[in-house]
Design a protein around this ligand. Structure first.
Ligand code: NAD
Length: 471
């Protein structure tokens, strides 16, 4: 039996991964019809919006969708039709950390993966290659295969693959167009290898063959968790060093530069910050912690847990620096927070460090003014309401103001906090900001993007992550 030639793809889940990934597949494979389906009508409407007001912001995404939509790229809420027509189906649904029940706070909530899998089994009338795109615990593909096989109709078969996504939000399109690697895991049977080749042929339309890695299913699943854990560990390591820098007078940028010259370490991903955010790092490490505990490996679990604990410490350490510097109290003081997204070039706020900082400031009864160039106001209220369960939205709104420019945010404030590394914050007219702020005027750079010396010359008191005041 030869590998199936894929001509119709369905992607279940039109989110940050499913949307951009399958839009790029459609762009690069005009001979393949790609349908992205989702239960969320508002999301699908946004993907289909005539003005291209897409539900997520990613540099370059709109151009890709403009080229492919209506040609061979379609967005729909008709999940069943999408499944039935496709010969290859990506499952790209959310896998958040479980909020309650067994493993709450650690293990992945696989409800959405299971329901998508059951839907495939229920409505498929022909054989399918089912591709696990979501990030899942090791051996989830086995559960999916069991569900699919137990429900398959006579004459239909399901081959299951793991194809984790390594894109980073903010650079998703560039990452998808020129990936470091594409990883495909399959069962090491003839059928499994054939299915793997079918998917590899899709990617080979634009990805060099030597960048398409084929491995076993379980290695593929674990590699995704491992990659995120290693990346987050690197950030926590450099953040741990930033605390030592602040206490000693060393400079974390100089230290990172020096250690990054070692070719075994390398220069990337050594930037200290107020802490990592995003929907993946924390969730995937906690998943690894849970997996390690389930496998009776408590020391391994403790090792990875520390990466997350260090991140929490970094965020609260930064809040404490703000309070300490503002003469040990911020009650009744006015603070501008620049940036709400978890990183620049995305409108995604999931696990954003800005949320932790603002929660801390509100609990100290400070007034906070927020500006972010891409995050919707409604999203900010949702996030703050969730982060501050002891406060009503009404009380939050008495302490928080959302504005539409950085200059406006900083006016008449005691302090400005940089929470996201948006490029435009580097280009603010700081002289004007200074004249409009309450004195003494403080700037807290949680992202290492400002020229601290220049700001000091203007008159600001400046605190920078990883830079000690001792000379
Ligand atoms: P998301 O929440 O943005 O999108 C998931 C979508 O799936 C939602 O729109 C939801 O409505 C839809 N959905 C859920 N169940 C469904 C069902 N049964 N039928 C149809 N649609 C359904 O999530 P995301 O950020 O795209 O992440 C998806 C997966 O990819 C997660 O496992 C995540 O860990 C992983 N991942 C995310 C990133 C990232 O940067 N966001 C990167 C790599 C991997």
């Amino acid at each position: 039996m030869a590998p199936v030639k894929v001509s119709k793809i369905c992607c279940i889940g039109a989110g940050y991964v499913g949307g951009p990934t399958c839009a790029v597949i459609a762009l690069k494979c005009p001979h393949i019809r790609v349908t992205i389906v989702d239960l969320n009508q508002a999301r699908i409407d946004a993907w289909n919006s005539p003005e291209f007001k897409l539900p997520i912001y990613e540099p370059g995404l709109e151009e890709v969708v403009r080229q492919a939509r209506g040609r061979n790229l379609f967005f729909s809420t008709d999940v069943d039709k999408g499944i039935q027509e496709a010969d290859l189906i990506f499952v790209s649904v959310n896998t958040p950390t479980k909020k309650s029940g067994v493993g709450a706070g650690f293990s992945a909530d696989l409800t959405y993966v299971e329901s998508a899998t059951r839907r495939i089994a229920a409505v498929a009338t022909s054989s399918k290659i089912v591709v696990e795109k979501s990030t899942v615990p090791c051996r989830t593909a086995e559960s999916m295969r069991t569900i699919l096989e137990a429900n398959s109709k006579p004459g239909t078969r399901f081959d299951i693959l793991s194809n984790p996504e390594f894109l980073a939000e903010g650079t998703a399109i560039a990452d998808l167009l020129r990936p470091d690697r594409v990883l495909i895991g399959s069962l090491q049977t003839t059928e499994g290898k054939n299915a793997c080749e079918s998917l590899a042929e899709v990617y080979a339309n634009w990805v060099p063959r030597d960048r398409i890695l084929t491995v076993g299913l379980w290695s593929s699943e674990l590699s995704k968790l491992a990659a995120n854990a290693m990346l987050a560990q690197r950030i926590s390591s450099v953040n741990a060093l930033s605390a030592i820098c602040e206490a000693t007078g060393a400079n974390i940028e100089e230290v990172a530069h020096a250690i990054g010259y070692d070719s075994r370490i390398g220069p990337k991903f050594l930037r200290a910050s107020v802490g990592f955010g995003g929907s993946c790092f924390q969730k995937d490490i906690l998943n690894l912690v849970y997996l390690s505990e389930s496998l009776h490996l408590p020391q391994v679990a403790a090792y990875w847990r520390q990466v997350v604990e260090m991140n929490e410490y970094q965020k609260s350490r930064f809040s404490k620096t703000v309070v300490d510097t503002l003469f040990n109290t911020i009650t009744g003081k006015h603070i501008a927070v620049l940036g709400f997204a978890f990183k620049a070039d995305t409108g995604d706020t999931r696990e954003s460090a800005a949320i932790s900082l603002i929660r801390d400031f509100l609990s100290e009864r400070a007034y906070v003014t927020i500006y972010d160039p891409k995050v919707e106001e409604s999203q900010i209220w949702l996030d703050l309401a969730e982060a501050c369960p002891t406060m009503t939205l009404e009380t939050i709104k008495k302490q928080v103001n959302i504005v539409h420019s950085a200059l406006e945010a900083c006016k008449q404030k005691e302090a400005v906090v940089i929470a996201t590394e948006w490029k435009e914050f580097k280009e603010i007219d700081w002289e004007t900001v200074y004249t409009q702020m309450t004195k003494p005027a403080f700037v807290f750079d949680g992202r290492l993007i400002l020229d601290a010396e220049k700001l000091r010359k203007i008159g600001f008191t400046v605190k920078v992550i990883g830079r000690g005041d001792r000379l």
